[in-house]
Design a protein around this ligand. Structure first.
Ligand code: SF4
Ligand code: SF4
Length: 164
């Protein structure tokens, strides 16, 4: 079933729309995953990227990404009002990956805190610890967690647990 029916975006949907980087690019280092799959009048991501990696010819278009220009800095993660942008890094090794997700909830995220990993449908995919937090001036956070590599394209949210 399509995301229009389920409300859940799948990797195949991203691939069809040209929003999936190649595996080779993902293994080179952090890269953006823009999961914005419907035509909406928004272009905050275009202006957020200092490298011109995200383009919209028309404000209503689905974003196009030049994965070779993207350095995975995460600036666009903080600026997307739809919380639809993520960064994935498969260059970590040892079967691990880093995933950066947008977060606007309490408790405030902090490096070292435990986090429940949430999948595309909101279900639990296990637990990890927060390894990096970047905060924007309007209190959106870009939170990075280490996950098993096979979950890199599945973890799309976190629940911050605390110090336990
Ligand atoms: S992660 Fe950084 S370089 Fe990549 S598209 Fe976003 S703002 Fe641009
Ligand atoms: S800022 Fe977010 S919601 Fe707006 S066009 Fe870009 S990806 Fe889509």
């Amino acid at each position: 079933m399509s995301f229009e029916t389920t409300g859940i975006i799948r990797v195949e949907d991203l691939r069809k729309l040209g929003l999936m980087p190649s595996e080779a690019r993902m293994r080179k280092g952090p890269v953006v995953i823009v999961e914005c799959v419907q035509r909406i009048p928004c272009d905050a991501c275009v202006f957020a990227c200092p490298f011109g990696a995200i383009v919209k010819e028309n404000i209503n278009d689905i974003p196009k990404v030049d994965f070779n220009k993207c350095i995975g800095c995460g600036a666009c993660v903080l600026r997307c009002p739809g919380l639809a942008i993520f960064v994935v890094d498969l260059s970590v090794g040892n079967g691990k990956a880093l995933v950066t997700v947008p977060y606007e909830m309490l408790p405030r995220p902090r490096v070292g805190l435990r986090a429940e990993l949430l999948g595309r449908d909101g279900s639990s995919l296990g637990y990890s610890r927060i390894v990096k937090v970047v905060e924007s001036k309007d209190k959106t956070y870009a939170v990075t967690v280490e996950v098993d590599e096979k979950l890199a394209m599945e973890v799309r949210g976190i629940r911050v647990m605390g110090d336990v």
